[in-house]
Design a protein around this ligand. Structure first.
Ligand code: GLV
Ligand code: MG
Length: 324
């Protein structure tokens, strides 16, 4: 390890993050009952400009009056290029109690965006004597944001997580997309001819691989949680699972649910299975025995394991214990 110590952000379970439009009171009530680890009450892109003030009022009421149980609760603010962010921050923090945990800033482009939000939040917290420090969730969803993801991740001690906002990102880089977060048949490779008849197979690629992994690296380099964003086709359960599975494999801790039906799927995909945890424990035991005999690497079930395997296995066991 480097001599530079990476401190993990406040530990939270963040397998599923349910998005709920602040303009819809019924959806807010339903979201309070959901089995999501995190819920974000949206003031941004699911709310039309004419409804911004009403949505803010609804969200304030929902934070004060609804029982959110054990969930982590966040509010997605409007972006800094709008006329609404300051009111979102000031009204929500001045008019609610201590139930709110996080604020989510969309379309972050440079580290100074986070600094600006930190100044505003810090002043309202001080003025109002709020006890719980609000943490930040930051959406990486533009070419500028991805280019500056590392600096953004390190821009405030309030930072807890980076999120990949695939819809806005696609618009920002002018990508050719079919549906939010889904694959595109034109992003494919053809195999060489497989037989004398010249038959070839088409393999669709994952056009989101690079930005998601960039975000994961930037987040982890600063001890933050990387979280994958939306998958728009909420009727496509298999598609969601495949997409979430890829994000999980790359190191993401969770994924958004833009529909309540995606919550259980995300919780499942981002929870280690019993078999994975049992294997991790077996690795730890084998390495303990190996070390007692002065060995740094041994064979387990016909495969090499070494000291790095301990760190991977410990991370798996820790994750399982956190989820409980
Ligand atoms: C989320 O905000 C997205 O743009 O995908
Ligand atoms: Mg967006």
């Amino acid at each position: 390890m480097s001599f530079t110590d990476i401190k993990d952000a406040t530990a939270r379970i963040n397998r599923s993050e349910l998005a709920v439009p602040g303009s819809n009171r019924r959806f807010l009530e339903k979201a309070a009952q959901a089995k999501a680890d995190v819920v974000f009450l949206d003031l941004e892109d699911s709310v039309s400009p004419e409804l911004k003030d009403e949505a803010r009022k609804n969200v304030i009421e929902a934070l004060n009056d609804l029982d959110w149980g054990e969930k982590t609760v966040s509010v997605r603010l409007n972006g800094l290029d709008t006329a609404w962010t300051y009111r979102d921050v000031v009204d929500v923090l001045e008019q609610t109690g201590e139930r709110l945990d996080l604020m989510m800033l969309p379309k972050v482009g440079v580290a100074a965006d986070v600094y600006a939000l930190d100044v505003l939040v810090s002043q309202v917290e001080r003025a109002k004597g709020r006890k719980k420090r609000i943490g930040f969730e930051l959406i990486i969803e533009s070419a500028l944001g991805l280019a500056n993801a590392n600096a953004i991740a390190g821009a405030s001690p309030r930072n807890e997580s980076l999120h990949f906002g695939v819809a806005d990102f696609a618009a920002s880089v002018k990508a050719d997309t079919t549906q939010i977060g889904g694959p595109n048949p034109r992003y494919a490779v053809l195999t060489d001819p497989l037989d004398d008849a010249g038959r070839r197979e088409v393999h669709w690629g994952d056009m989101w691989h690079y930005p998601v992994w960039q975000m994961v690296v930037a987040a982890r380099a600063h001890g933050l949680r990387p979280i994958d964003g939306p998958f728009g086709d909420f009727s496509d359960e298999a598609g969601f699972r495949a997409h979430a599975g890829r994000a999980m494999v790359l190191g993401c801790e969770g994924k958004w649910a833009i529909h309540p039906s995606q919550v259980a799927l995300a919780n499942e995909v981002f929870s280690p299975s019993d078999a994975e945890v049992a294997k991790a424990r077996k690795i730890l035991k084998a390495m303990e025995e190996a070390r007692a005999q002065g060995q740094g690497a041994v064979a387990l079930d016909g495969k090499l394991i070494d000291l790095a395997s301990i760190r991977q296995a410990e991370a798996m066991v820790k994750k399982a214990e956190k989820i409980g």
